[in-house]
Design a protein around this ligand. Structure first.
Ligand code: DC
Length: 219
């Protein structure tokens, strides 16, 4: 193994809460935070805006290489436009999952992700932080929760009831994305042998953050 990096890699499925946990851990340590899923979402949105099919690997990869994105505090600007909300829709989530299955797109975004690491340290969340982007991370975590708990959390975020038709649709979409992200050939979502499992189905965000910080301190 190479020299360990000041990186905490947090991988896990959609709507598991890994983004919230990762950004809070980063804030607690004074490190930077990388939301790698945002880059795939931005690529999907940019392709849609440019009229490029999500399945056109060459064209999507070339858009990914030149993605005109600026991260400005909490805001994400694409070509100067604030798209922080637009990239969070279910439709763009599915688009992100589709473009993320294309090897040329993953290669196009690899260096951009590594460039987020400075001497300050970095907490990155995604699907392949520990396996591909930062294989020498000093701490790797597989953060998950049951599909039902994740669907309930997403429903609450959207101000929808945690039962009934809308909830069932969210649950179905979460299961479809899990399936697509774990079955694809490149960088599939899975727990690495050297990653610690953090199941947040029955614990709060605060407890999850504390657990990660404990692991980091005791490592
Ligand atoms: O974490 P998220 O829901 O914002 O990610 C959106 C999609 O991007 C997800 O379905 C899979 C893909 N993704 C990926 O393949 N690799 C990453 N490191 C992060 C996200």
């Amino acid at each position: 193994m190479g020299k360990q990096l000041q990186v905490i890699a947090i991988d896990g499925p959609s709507a598991s809460g890994k983004g919230t946990v990762a950004s809070r851990v980063a804030a607690a340590l004074g490190w930077d935070y990388l939301d790698s899923g945002a880059l795939y979402r931005l690529t999907a949105l940019y392709a849609q805006q440019q009229g490029v099919d999500w399945k056109d690997e060459t064209a999507v990869a070339s858009l990914a290489v030149g993605l005109p994105v600026v991260f400005k505090g909490d805001k994400i600007l694409l070509d100067g436009q604030d798209v922080s909300q637009a990239i969070r829709s279910e439709e763009i989530g599915m688009g992100a999952s589709a473009v993320a299955a294309l090897p040329a797109v993953r290669t196009a975004l690899l260096q951009r992700q590594r460039d987020f690491l400075t001497e300050r340290g970095l907490v990155g969340d995604g699907r392949d932080m520990g396996s591909v982007v930062f294989p020498d991370a000093c701490l790797k975590i597989f953060l998950t929760a049951s599909a039902e708990v994740r669907a309930q959390r997403r429903a609450r975020q959207l101000d929808l009831p945690c039962e009934g038709e809308a909830y069932e649709r969210i649950l179905e979409s979460i299961r479809a994305r899990d399936e697509a992200d774990s079955r694809r050939e490149v960088a599939p979502l899975r727990q690495l042998p050297d990653a610690r499992l953090l199941d947040t189905s029955e614990i709060s965000i605060e407890e999850s953050v504390k657990k990660v910080l404990d692991w980091y301190e005791k490592k």
